[in-house]
Design a protein around this ligand. Sequence first.
Ligand SMILES: C[S@@+](CC[C@H](N)C(=O)[O-])C[C@H]1O[C@@H](n2cnc3c(N)ncnc32)[C@H](O)[C@@H]1O
Length: 253
Amino acid sequence: MQYPTNLTDALEFIWGEGILSPGGPEEVAQMLEGIDLCGRRVLDIGSGLGGIDVLLAAKHGAAAVIGIDVEPQLIDSARDLAAKKGLAGRVTFQLVTTGKLPFADASFDLVFSKDAMVHIADKLAVYSEVFRVLKPGGWFIAADWLWSEGAAEGAVVHAWLSKMQLTFAFTPPADALQALIDAGFAEPGVADRRHELQEANRKEVALLEGPIRQRLAAMVGTEMAESRLASAKGRQAALDSGCLIPCHLRGRR
Ligand SMILES: C[S@@+](CC[C@H](N)C(=O)[O-])C[C@H]1O[C@@H](n2cnc3c(N)ncnc32)[C@H](O)[C@@H]1O
């Protein structure tokens, strides 16, 4: 299990109800710019606690959202959140394993993913599956953490990752773009968001250096609260060095 409850409680405390990644509703809205979800059927890969799936239905008007994840306790929490928001009929969750997506060809109008692809090593395999389950004309939209060529060998990245409990599978932007093309996507795009994330991450470090950390420690323990601060600082160094490159990916079937 990569996302135990004390970690997800800490991430949710920092980033908002049901959310395990930075950016919140504003970033989701940016990702969906120019895409009308009203009445559409959406797959969310790596749905975590389900906060983004609730947003896709309640704020963006998706008719049906299916969130998939590999951790059963996250699926349970996400179902509870959808029920609490009165959306259990439209927002559902399914436990999966990495690999072939358990859906028929051309099942979805949009495949969405927020900060989850970074856990999946074989980008071409996952993009190809996304392509398969999309309806013709449907969009794949994802936020993902990529990195510069050779970053893995760098001291900054090494120092950051050595403080993390999570396992990541980063890829350089050029490789991600090529994998989108190889998977068959039209209009493929990889947009560098490092400046936005540098700003957001600086605010996160400042927040965790302040009195909030004591509140977080009271909730999840001192060790976890300190580890969130160390992780935010390590991520800042990786962003500032140019090694870590958060991106928005797009492709159309
Ligand atoms: C950083 S969290 C993001 C969760 C959610 N998208 C959000 O932004 O709040 C990454 C999520 O990806 C999930 N995940 C990891 N590998 C996966 C896979 N192969 N398929 C689906 N989900 C996966 C994790 O369990 C976790 O819930």
